[in-house]
Design a protein around this ligand. Structure first.
Ligand code: ZN
Ligand code: ZN
Length: 467
């Protein structure tokens, strides 16, 4: 038992290393496929040149026909977009509730006394609904970032229902499609490429094709009995919670109408728009420290309103991590809740990305930002100032060293897979200790690249954060 326990931790490390090795193999095979595709394209272009003229013309014409058919289909889908019919029930709720809240709340507050218990319920419901969406619908159900005890899962499910953002099936299916097709004008259900209004709320007001979900991407949820019930009787659940439960609590604290207005309507509208910020503003304003392959941004101010989901750039790059604000000091109450619950066994299997992989992504973005600085300076056509020239040399030197580190890292991952295959169980601990030591060395090297780049940026008085 003790021996098994002692082996537990190193084995965990080794398992992680193996997993990383798998990723390496996948990356390598993707690269091979890409190369192969490019090679095939070249081959078919050459083959086309070798054909007789008539045959060549025919092949070119059919290629052009394919392209124009593709363009036509995109045009067709864009046209259908403009003709999408109104989504009456969500549109009525999403238009009427903010107007009602904006008109009735100031009047009510002016003419009535709202008691402290009513504000207390308002506060508690703001937290419950907001966190239920982020910890429940988002990190638990959409990304499987951790496992939750049924008590936690059902509590978050009730809070998400109180938030009136669609059934778990709809929400999760849409969100997984968003990650899969992020920024695609036709396939991302809330594509930020269509502007603030569309990504914030417009996408729900009409029955767009991109907003129709067939649940093929949620096989893990459709089997779940509780979620089936929530989906089937969603409308009833929404009314029971938002009217029935809120009014009952209002009756208990002696102010039914005040509670319905403040903890019901006002809370609903605020929670709606705080969540919608993630789809709109979090794809528009902020920094991109981990990737610039999509529009998602990290934004501390938005994290305050969105229970930590403002670190959206990190989230889009490492979506299965239970943390969105990955640094310990980043404001992410959702991650603190999940981590806190794990201490008492109510959440388990919290998934994280290892520090080296995260730092590697950051350093890559720093190099991109450095390249942009150099390109901007050289584009003027004038002689580079001395500081810029030495910056350019430092970056080149650092980049060569970084490539070397990445190569060492990759070969270590490959070596891990090999060792796992050949070593017998009693030597695993020894091997694991050595690997841990080697991985720590790589992490140290990546941290040094990170710090050298920061110093280089400071030497030219620039900010290394790519925006
Ligand atoms: Zn997003
Ligand atoms: Zn997500």
């Amino acid at each position: 038992m003790i021996a098994k326990k002692a082996l537990g931790l190193p084995l965990k490390g080794l398992r992680f290393a193996i997993k990383s090795g798998d990723t390496l193999v996948k990356t390598a095979s993707t690269q091979v496929t890409r190369f192969k595709t490019r090679f095939d394209e070249k081959k078919s272009a050459n083959a086309l040149d070798e054909q007789p003229v008539a045959k060549r013309n025919y092949a070119k014409a059919s290629e052009q026909a394919d392209l124009s058919a593709q363009e036509q289909s995109i045009d067709m889908r864009e046209f259908e977009f403009t003709k999408a019919p109104i989504n009456w029930i969500p549109a009525a709720i999403l238009v009427a509730t903010p107007i009602a809240a904006a008109v009735i709340t100031p009047w009510y507050l002016w003419t009535h006394e709202v008691s402290a218990p009513v504000w207390g319920v308002f506060g508690a419901f703001m937290v419950w609904t907001g966190i239920s969406i982020t910890a429940g619908y988002h990190r638990l159900l959409s990304h499987r970032a951790y496992k939750a005890h049924p008590i936690v899962k059902n509590f978050l499910l009730l809070g998400s229902t109180l938030a009136v953002q669609g059934s778990a099936f709809d929400w999760v299916s849409g969100h997984r499609t968003h990650h899969r097709h992020v920024d695609d004008r036709l396939d991302d259900p809330y594509s930020a490429q269509r502007g603030f209004w569309f990504s914030h709320i417009g996408w729900m007001l009409r029955n767009y094709l991109s907003g129709k979900f067939d649940y093929k991407n949620i096989p893990d949820l459709t089997k779940d009995r509780v979620l089936q019930i929530q989906h089937k009787y969603y409308g009833l659940w929404v009314v029971a919670m938002n009217v029935g439960m809120v009014a009952a609590i209002g009756w208990l604290i002696g102010d039914v109408w005040g509670t319905l207005l403040i903890a019901g309507l006002l809370r609903l509208v605020l929670t709606h728009h705080f969540t919608f910020f993630i789809n709109s503003l979090c794809h528009m304003f902020g920094t991109r420290p981990y990737t610039d392959t999509n529009s998602a941004r990290d934004n501390f101010f938005l994290a305050i309103f969105t229970w930590g989901e403002g670190y959206h750039n990190y989230h889009h790059f490492f979506q299965y991590d239970y943390r969105n604000g990955v640094k310990w000091w980043q404001y992410d109450p959702t991650k603190w809740l999940i981590a806190g619950l794990s201490k008492i066994g109510l959440t388990t299997d919290l998934r994280t990305v290892d520090d080296t992989t995260i730092k590697h992504a950051e350093v890559q973005m720093q190099f991109k930002a450095a390249q942009q600085q150099i390109d901007t300076a050289t584009s003027t056509g004038l002689d580079l100032p001395h500081a810029m020239k030495s910056f350019q040399d430092r970056i080149k030197f650092e980049y060569d060293a970084f490539k070397q580190t990445v190569e060492e890292w990759q070969s270590l991952k490959a070596q891990t897979i090999e060792m796992k295959k050949i070593e017998c169980a009693d030597r695993l601990r020894e091997v694991d200790d050595k690997l841990k030591h080697d991985y720590a060395k790589i992490e140290q090297k990546i941290l040094e690249h990170n710090s050298n780049l920061k110093t280089a940026f400071r030497s030219i008085g620039a900010n290394e954060k790519a925006a």
